[in-house]
Design a protein around this ligand. Sequence first.
Ligand code: GLN
Length: 485
Amino acid sequence: MRPTCCIARQFCGRQRTQSSGITALVTLAGDVTSNDGRLRIAVKDNICTSSLPTTCSSAMLYHYHSPFDATSVRLLREAGAHIIGKANCDEFGMGSLNVNSVHGPVINPFQAHNALGAARDHGERRSAGGSSGGSAASVAAGICDAALGTDTGGSVRLPASYCGVVGLKPSYGLISRFGVISFADSLDCVGVLGNSVDIVKQVFSLDSVSVYDPKDPTAATDDLRKKARLASDPYIPALTSSLEGLRIGVPQEYFPSELDPSIVHILRTVLRRLEAAGASLIPVSIPATKFALSAYYVIASAEASSNLARFDGVRYGFQAPTPSGTTTTKTSDIYALSRSKGFGKEVQKRILLGTYALTADAFDNYFLQAQRVRTRIKEGFNKVFRIPCVQSALPSPPENGVDILIHPSAIRTAPPLDNISADDDGLSGLGEYLQDVMTVPVSLAGLPALSVPAGLGADGWPVGVSVVGQWGCDGFVLRVGEAIE
Ligand code: GLN
């Protein structure tokens, strides 16, 4: 079942969209409907493009035009792709619902269907998920063949799940971050969204995006990539037409009380199908998972507070005009005024939280503690995979370990947009943070994860399941994704 194309009409060039409708793409490069055989790719608006503005969906960068292409964009262009435009997102990538954007929220283009396959809920406005909501919605609406997003704590997988498309968050360091406007450097990954695992695979490996880049100091070296391939090779060849020999772990911590029961049902159906194809299902446990969400928000906010310090209205970004009647030219006043007006509420909240976590008083209890949790989570994953982690010299992995993990991508289907307002405590604030509970552990561990549409929830909206692999086993994860599709 394909989503209907209900948002393609929105654009005709760049415009402020609070008044003009709800947008998936915020800037267009020419005619997006022209089909010259090239792969049409939308690029999240926090990834630099020399031909189009890069706003990060923020008033702070509303007029920013990068002089260069991000490495991922350059490589795609060199491989012959057509960059069709820039995709709306949560401001600087901060959010799970794509409502924190100077361009306005993104409407999910999926048209819900009832159990008999008839369209229903016509006109219901649901979130496309965030923060790569514009990328997921553009793919779901058929505006492009694939889209680049970024995933710091789930921002590719969550919108993919809500919009019914495939979303890959690669292993940390496989796709260059050069030219990606940093949110939290130790977590940020460029990801790929598409309507099928095959198209995601094409874009990911197009001999292009997933290569070592000397301009990214955290890029994985060729040597490390090769080691990871060699480590997983013994397990992949067995996966031809059947899944005989594949060991799938089902982590018990991924069934919180907030998880919608219809999602559990869909996950069970997928697991039974894989088992019938020859895979074994093994319950596993990663105990530190329960601390992941808190650790993520401390670490991501701390890194964000440092990264966003450069946007001060003097060296970078929007400079607020001096209030009438005052003559102040004090740099600190320009700085405070520009940041108060240039950043949205959510970004300001993260900067405050992150700055606090890094103060001498709070550092040990918050930042260091969160880093300890991160280490425990990495160890937890390494204890369940039988494929060794090539990034660190660890004791041998368990022989009876698993090859991949499968869990729900999200605790629910796309939330209705009309219930979300910047000031309510339901799905904004802590409720919004809870949407990431399934996705952040993998981000903290830097592992590859693929969200694949697996069915429709009780309300007729898409449900995704995620396949997670050991670091560098992205090909393996994509292969299992194909079996789920
Ligand atoms: N929703 C998470 C956050 O707001 C993740 C965002 C992302 O992955 N960019 O931090």
